[in-house]
Write a protein that binds this ligand. Structure first.
Ligand SMILES: [Zn+2]
Length: 250
């Protein structure tokens, strides 16, 4: 299937355009009649709309679907210890800044900001906006997060008087791709998310990443070749994996 190109410079829903060739305005005066009917930008990706979220409803009816996707975890290092020593008002600004930079980088690459889990975010690429190069999109988003954060970090460290502290406030990122289950899981707390070994591996890679580092799996290197020509391999002992796993620095 060929995906139609999105009209240049129009703020229409990317998901509706791709799936139905339907131009749904998301912002500006043209969007007002749509808002009357409750059609507005999605909170998980403002380049898609609430009609696209009906796709989630379909998924929910099926309970879950198997999709080929890329999962990225990004984690703000040092946040936990900071939140124990500083007032909550001081650290909430830090977390907001982290979420904002991650969200903008992820949305720019058509990813879904699926979850914020304390000081970490989880993103899904290739749902609901499809793209054959979702591994490449995730790598570009990860690099963009690191680049954006360099600019924010210094100001935030000054604000929190951390100039002489060991807390670097760096971000560690892990990425893996492959088939996973996406849908609604759990009975007491219903949650729309992805599960499976691909997700676990991405989370473990994030945990293994050094501050400021992006670690990706071998599958990522194979599928995002043009982005990862200089990726360097190292062996890691990951929690929950019996043998050592080879991960690559992106
Ligand atoms: Zn839409």
């Amino acid at each position: 299937m060929t995906v139609p190109a999105i009209p240049h410079r129009t703020k229409i829903c990317k998901g509706c355009w791709q799936e139905m060739h339907l131009p749904v305005p998301l912002r500006g005066p043209l969007s007002l009649p749509f808002r009357v009917f409750g059609i507005r930008p999605s909170r998980m990706n403002p380049n898609t709309c609430t009609i696209c979220e009906l796709m989630f409803t379909k998924v929910m009816k099926a309970r879950n679907v198997t999709i080929d996707a890329t999962i990225m975890f990004a984690d703000l290092r040092g946040y936990t210890s900071l939140s124990q020593s500083l007032p909550s008002t001081a650290v909430s600004g830090l977390l907001d800044a982290f979420y904002d930079e991650c969200a903008n980088a992820i949305w720019e690459q058509d990813g879904l900001l699926n979850k914020t889990i304390g000081d970490a975010v989880m993103a899904v690429f290739n749902f609901p906006i499809r793209h054959h190069d979702h591994p490449g999109q995730a790598v570009r988003a990860a690099r963009d997060i690191q680049r954006r954060w360099l600019g924010r970090k210094q100001a935030l460290r000054q604000e929190l008087s951390l100039e002489n502290s060991e807390l670097g406030l760096d971000i560690g990122i892990g990425i893996h791709c492959g088939e996973l289950s996406f849908g609604e899981f759990g009975h007491t707390h219903r949650d729309l998310t992805a599960i499976g070994t691909v997700v676990n591996m991405a989370a473990r890679a994030q945990a293994a990443a050094a501050p400021g580092q992006i670690l990706v799996s071998r599958e990522m290197v194979q599928r995002a070749q043009s982005e990862l020509t200089e990726a360097k391999a190292a062996s890691y002992q990951l929690k929950g994996f019996d043998s050592s796993v080879e991960l690559f620095t992106a």
